[in-house]
Write a protein that binds this ligand. Sequence first.
Ligand code: DAV
Length: 377
Amino acid sequence: MESLQTVVNSWNDFDTLRHVIVGRADLTCIPPSEPATEAKIPSNSDMRGMWGPRPLATIEKANEQLDSLTCLLEGRGIRVDRPTPIQWNQAVVTPDFSTQSMFGCMPPRDVLLTVGKEILSAPMSFRCRYWEYLAYHTLMQQYFDDDPEFRWEQAPRPRLTDRSYKAGYFDDITIEERLERTAMLDFVTTEDEPLFDAADVLRIGKDLFCQHGLTTNRRGMKWLQRHFPNHRIHVVNFPGDPYPIHIDATFVPLRPGLIMNNPNRRLPEDQRKIFAANDWEIVDAARPAHNSPPPLCYSSVWLSMNVLILDHKTVVVEASENYQMDQFYELGFEVLPLAFRDAYPFGGGLHCATADVLRVGDCEDYFPNQVPGTQIS
Ligand code: DAV
């Protein structure tokens, strides 16, 4: 079979998509409780106390929808690669910690950070996700062989000792108390070592906006700044979110000059200045169509705004999210609806389930007017 020549290059979430990785639900587990997951799972969630392999029927349904996404993208001429799942129902044992199972490889966006010609495996804070990058190893090897300019990178592996977490951080507290803590930038992860999830990093050309939250600390952002010296790393946070993890159901760029913000998690005024100074408009996202997430799901109903942009005028939206689809029509987009809620419990929505390999376009400077105080220092 003729091998397709791979080119790795992607600087943002909105330029024309040509090649992407779509996750797989196979063998996904609900990991046992650990400090980082405790803080993420609401106390009234149906996931509390559950762990082990997810029911096969739910895996099959999720895989059908992930396959449909693959077909939709391939039908539009976009190359799609898939990870190689491993047996996630195995313990992770390191000199510093152990946990009884891993997680899965449905959301490549969480672990793989593509910045230009580089794909970087993130130093994630969940112990159960320590080996997740292995599911992408075969693909990375192939890209490395195909593209002489591809930079195959790995952030320093975190140790994830107990020092990386605040003990009992979220035990028995109300939502109001959670909101107070997160607004004060008091998160379960400490500053003991660099930690970030790739999905906390919003790429807009030369500027990378990083959410400070449960999964990403300031030390992680400092590491990113030194690792990407030609970029500007900005710290953002969204006080209305009691479980701040991953920026892609909170702050979503749609095309140059336009960002959609979760109306319950508004970017604070002082952090908006850089967008205003460069004529970027921030619009509230439409409300979700659902009142609750599907069963055994980590994420909130705001996966409604976790969309996959194919180019400046085309977007894939979950098929039941009527309000979100209407908003995209009003903004001048062609909307491609796709049923995807059965995949949500496995790690998120359409953006989470994908990771960029190639988008047409170069590293643009969309924010030539910088505002003091936003960059990590
Ligand atoms: O609103 O639950 C989900 C982000 C998943 N990557 C939320 C955030």
